[in-house]
Design a protein around this ligand. Structure first.
Ligand code: KG4
Ligand code: ZN
Length: 338
């Protein structure tokens, strides 16, 4: 089975192709074009700007993904098109969904509507040699979401907790903005944190001891703002120390809740997904805590290029959840959840 995946939920325009080979899901191509340099100038995404860029890029990106997979754009030998239908920005989602519907009609291929958040989790199945066993705990940490889910099997998913306010990625981006760092700030903060002291600022670790699986990161943002206001002049070392301290707080909360969830549900696997999982400190700490807590679960982190938004992960979800529908049954749903 060969699947084309299309992803346009936020500021990326992406298409990827996956194919099953000898029981493994192989990545044939994954083309991602981001409009984030445009948003860096404004310190955040302007939805209208993102959608306009996506209209310009969507066909060239799909053409390139097919070309790199040795498939013909006029009549590609694919079985199905998987497309993100939500959650996300309505204008951006519409670009991907309407393009997928048009291609479905043109190529006479069915569609699989995909929840973007689950796509992030399925990035773990691409080029994966090890077998991922269930039940699994999924931690989704992106710019807009922080969620813990229990996966009993493909198509058998239960939400067990999530953020009550800001998402983890949002906290990285908002604190980065306060420090004058470019958008998206997550990767920049990770880099600066390497030169910083994570113990210099005593920042809160919100809800770390609560017995539920919920999160809250807006208090952390306020605490950082308070610290910044007491400092006369921010120099590089102070910025590095703030980055290290805030990253440590977020990583500790995410790690602790994920380990608790894995223990409670006797998980055999932990699957990370979303842009924040590109953060090496997060995956390192999770692996360390898992050993310390003698956890019987294997931890999976997608390849770095598959952590942030991409079309291949959407195709991977479609492969394991092949609920195919005709083009007239597919609609963008910006507030889609679990
Ligand atoms: O999943 P994603 O690409 O888009 C959404 O679905 O939101 O995630 C983007 C988020 C941004 O907030 C970005 O700052 C964060 O992921 N991010 C990181 C890192 N790389 C991206 N956060 C921390 N460390 C990173 N290395
Ligand atoms: Zn995402």
């Amino acid at each position: 089975m060969t699947i084309l995946g299309i992803e346009t939920s936020c500021d990326e325009t992406s298409a990827g192709v996956v194919r099953d080979q000898n029981g493994n899901l192989k990545l044939l191509s994954n083309v991602v074009s981001s409009s984030s340099p445009l948003h860096a100038k404004t310190g955040g995404i302007i939805p209208e700007v993102a959608a306009r860029e996506q209209i310009r890029l969507i066909i060239p990106v799909i053409k390139k993904a097919l070309e790199e997979s040795s498939l013909d754009f006029q009549n590609p030998s694919i079985d199905v098109i998987a497309v993100t239908v939500g959650p996300g920005l309505i204008g951006s989602l519409l670009v991907g969904v309407e393009t997928a519907k048009t291609l479905s009609l043109l190529w006479k291929k069915p569609l699989i509507p995909v929840n973007h958040l689950l796509g992030h989790i399925y990035a773990n199945f691409i080029d994966q040699e090890a077998s991922i066993e269930f039940p699994a705990i999924g931690l989704i940490v992106s710019g807009g979401h922080t969620d813990l889910i229990l996966i009993k099997g493909h198509g058998n998913i239960k939400w067990i907790g999530g953020t009550r306010d800001d998402a983890a990625g949002e906290a990285f981006d908002k604190i980065g903005r306060m420090l004058g760092l470019p958008y998206p700030s997550g990767p920049v903060i990770e880099k600066l944190a390497k030169e910083g002291n994570p113990k210099r600022f005593n920042l809160p670790k919100p809800m770390i001891d609560s017995s539920d699986f919920d999160f809250s990161f807006s208090g952390l943002k306020t605490a950082v703002l308070r610290e910044i206001k007491t400092i006369k002049k921010l120099n590089n070392q102070i910025i590095n120390d703030i980055c290290a301290s805030m990253q440590a707080s977020i990583v500790d909360v995410l790690t602790s809740k994920t380990i608790n969830a894995a223990q409670k549900y006797s998980a055999k696997s932990i699957l990370l997904g979303g842009g924040v999982t590109a953060n090496q400190t997060l995956s390192d700490k999770l692996k360390l805590y898992a050993i310390r807590h003698k956890l019987n679960a294997e931890i999976f982190v997608p390849q770095k290029s598959l952590c942030t938004d991409n079309g291949a992960m959407i195709a991977a979800y479609g492969y394991f959840n092949p609920k195919m529908v005709s083009f007239d049954k597919v609609n963008a749903d910006p507030s889609l959840y679990f």
